[in-house]
Design a protein around this ligand. Sequence first.
Ligand SMILES: [Zn+2]
Length: 323
Amino acid sequence: MHLTIIIPGQKIGPFFSGLNRVDKRNLPKQFNFVLSPSFHGASLLAILLNNHSKIISLGDTIPTRKTEDFSCSCGSLVKGCTFWRRIEDTQRQYNYPRSEHIAPLLPDLSLSAIERINRLNEHFQKFFSIWNFFPQKSRSFRKSVKAFHAETTSFHRKKVFIDGTKDINRCLCIKHIVSDRIRVIHLIRDPRAYITSLRRNFPKIENHSTLGSEMWKGFHGTVLQSFTGVDNCKYLPVFYENLSLQPRSEMKRIFKFLDLDEENVLSPPKEPHHIIGNRMITKFNGDIKQDSEWKRIMRLDEQEAILKRCDPIASLFHYRLEK
Ligand SMILES: [Zn+2]
């Protein structure tokens, strides 16, 4: 197959229309994502989503070739878990040496190249996709995503898969290469709570406050820029604070967004599932307590500095100083 040379204004050649037609019949109508930085309650949300009879969400960790000794929430180690073994077997043909995970999270290019292509695509997406210049890598990625989706839904006998890898580039690559229709659940949490968790979990890092503010602002700013007001992208912001205070009504909103009926999901995990990396999953009994310890331990001047650094996004999300 050869590339058609693009001349501005020219009708797009057969290669491009062909690429867009391939194998779409078996794909779901929309791909679903949860996007958030770490320590935003994504594991809690994954448990609640999984308790719905039609939803399967895997949390944020796809095993790497080095995490085979980690525990899966089904009770086995990753290397003994039937589900993850099946994913590894079926993904092997699409994976590439550079990939650290047992399934390729991104196409086989450097991260900086992927970021550049995704950025360019934002401008050109109505006319053609830059990804079409990488037909083999795009095809392999598309097949991998499709196989991952099919394996996961059929293994769990569920209909709706929610990609919880929290990777903005993966989400954009799927939008540009696999399906132009996506739904994004954007999980948001107070930057002061996020920085307190960073400090608690990574005590050796210095300047949590500045680093954490930058990461928080960078992530949420990119999500807002990439997924709001975009064609064929449905977007739903979910605040951790609301989710933990009014879980029932927040989950109702989320199910409506996903075109699903409401179910009571505030219970211990209903079926064995395969989430890696968070101990709360095995202990979860259906009760949700908001983690607001930061309010007690963070000094007001630090809070003020964080909110200032995280503006204008912190204000946009209504995070304010309470004196
Ligand atoms: Zn498992």
